[in-house]
Write a protein that binds this ligand. Structure first.
Ligand code: ADP
Length: 500
């Protein structure tokens, strides 16, 4: 800052001794001192030199000190003027102060008096300079801020996605033009209103409230909500809570994206998969049957190697047939066209039959399967028996597949009272390979298979659990898994008793 530099001081006095004396004292303090023997010369020096303090005698021939003061104040308002007065000119000094002089010093004065008055003037000058510097900096910051704010506003306004910001109370704070178009609302009249007044879909309102109040776990993957607009348009809402510096929940930012095209692609893909699977199923089943016949007819006649190759081919066709079966099931569930022929089903009987059916599979691996029933009668459910067979069949065969020889599989059926009434709770437990925690969320995704040393050679499609999950959810039920590597897994299915 300029304040640290040596200051130039101009002494104007017709008395040579005063000029020289002041010059000596102030030079010793490190200041540049200029001297003028009358007002006119002083003013000429000011035109050329960058002076910050003028020390000026009041009484001088020609232009007197008061005149010099008023010219300086007019032409160089930032220069500080100190007047030198005689005994008899105190009144003039008061006049000078009124006209803007910073201070005055009376003749005769000691070097210390001069030093004190000049130091005070220079300190004031430094403070003024610093204040000015701060003011300029603040102005610069405000200008930057204003530019930044308008830039961010423009970006949000022109985003191709909808942006909706709410406060903790669920009132709209910001709505950009794309959100306005999706929600068919006037965005300006929505500001400050509860989202319920601007969004008709109650599910989306509930979702936004949950995000705005941090009810959803922010560490989990981004939650979302799908909004269906007229004419089969799909909008995906994804929200994140806004957290304050101390982690307080302050509201939510929700983006809205049109995913109609993705939905169409997804449907086309499912239809394509369903069609191809359907077309492949019959010829593959024929090949499978024919291979079985060839193997049977040629027993004892063929070399071991050919038998082995035919055996492998039959196994592979069987895997392909299972894959096709799973693909067709999942396509049906996704298209919402799965047969939902609900009848009264006794879940304990159905599970008992599944266990009987897979018993030989378990025996081959020297595994035991145990079914534990509650003391009271298990209530029946109104559901599609094929869907129930698929759910428990998949879970029990998985338990057999992913448990080594000699393992133990347990199926426990119990009842519990939930919020909506009585539930049936089925746990399929094994003491097999178990599942690492990082896979637990993903095993319900389509085609997700864990490939490690133990599971690499086990046949599967990665579609069993997604089918199970979709079917359970279609029955308004829930499925959970708990597992520990090396110890085993436990899949829990909860189904509401009664009608679905
Ligand atoms: P698939 O069994 O056809 O591979 P699933 O969707 O049924 O497909 O299962 C997905 C993955 O979850 C399996 O590949 C396996 O790694 C794991 N898994 C399923 N059930 C169990 C279980 N009881 N024990 C250990 N791992 C399992």
């Amino acid at each position: 800052m300029g304040s640290k530099k040596a200051k130039k001081i101009l002494v104007i006095d017709d008395e040579r001794d005063i000029r020289d004396g002041c010059g000596r004292i102030l030079s010793r303090l490190g200041h540049g001192v200029l001297k003028a023997h009358n007002g006119q010369t002083g003013l000429e020096i000011l035109e050329k030199e960058n002076v910050c303090v003028v020390i000026c005698d009041i009484k001088m021939p020609g232009i007197d000190g008061i005149e010099v003061l008023s010219r300086v104040k007019e032409l160089y308002p930032s220069i500080i003027v100190i007047m030198i007065t005689g005994f008899s000119t105190v009144e003039n000094a008061i006049d000078a102060m009124k006209n803007g002089a910073y201070d005055f010093i009376s003749k005769p004065f000691t070097p210390d008096q001069l030093r004190i008055v000049v130091k005070r003037a220079l300190d004031t000058l430094i403070l003024t300079e610093e204040a000015e510097e701060l003011r300029l900096e603040r102005e610069r910051n405000l200008a930057d801020l204003a530019t930044e704010q308008s830039r961010i506003r423009t970006i949000i306004e022109t985003l191709p996605n909808g942006v909706l910001v709410t406060n903790m109370a669920g009132q709209v704070v910001l709505m950009n033009p794309v959100s306005q178009a999706y929600l068919e609302q006037d965005r300006y009249s929505c500001i400050g209103k509860n989202i319920e007044s601007c969004i008709e879909d109650q599910g989306l309102c509930d979702y936004i409230h949950e995000v705005s109040t941090c009810t959803l776990n922010p560490d989990e993957e981004m939650h979302s909500y799908e909004l269906i607009l007229p004419e089969q348009r799909f909008i995906l809402a994804q929200g994140k809570p806004v957290l304050g510096e101390d982690g307080d929940c302050m509201g939510a930012v929700v983006t809205l994206s049109d995913i109609t095209d993705l939905k169409v692609f997804d449907r086309l893909k499912s239809e394509f998969v369903a069609k191809v699977s359907h077309e492949l199923r019959s010829p593959l089943s024929i090949i499978h049957e024919q291979l079985a016949m060839v193997i049977k007819g040629a027993q004892g006649h063929q070399e071991d190697k050919s038998q082995y190759i035919l055996g492998r081919a039959k196994e592979k066709t069987q895997s392909l047939i299972s894959l096709i079966g799973d693909l067709l099931d999942i396509s049906k569930i996704e298209a919402g066209s799965g047969e939902q022929e609900s009848i009264t089903v006794e879940v304990d009987d159905l599970i008992g039959k599944i266990i009987e059916f897979v018993h030989s599979q378990a025996r081959q691996k020297d595994q035991s399967i145990e079914l534990n029933l509650p003391k009271n009668k298990v209530p029946s459910v109104e559901a599609d028996p094929i869907a129930l067979e698929s759910i428990f069949g998949n879970l029990i065969t998985n338990a057999i597949k992913y448990t080594p020889e000699g393992g133990k599989i347990q199926v426990d059926i119990s009842t519990e009272t939930g919020e909506q009434g009585e539930n049936i709770c089925v746990k399929v437990r094994d003491n097999g390979f178990g599942i690492e925690e990082k896979h637990l969320d993903k095993i319900f995704e389509k085609f997700y298979r864990i490939k490690d040393d133990k599971t690499r050679f086990i046949n599967g499609t990665g579609l069993g659990l997604p089918i199970v999950k979709s079917l359970v959810e279609a029955m308004s039920g829930q499925i959970f898994v708990e597992s520990e590597t090396g110890k085993g897994s436990e899949f829990t299915v909860i189904l509401p008793a009664g009608q679905h």
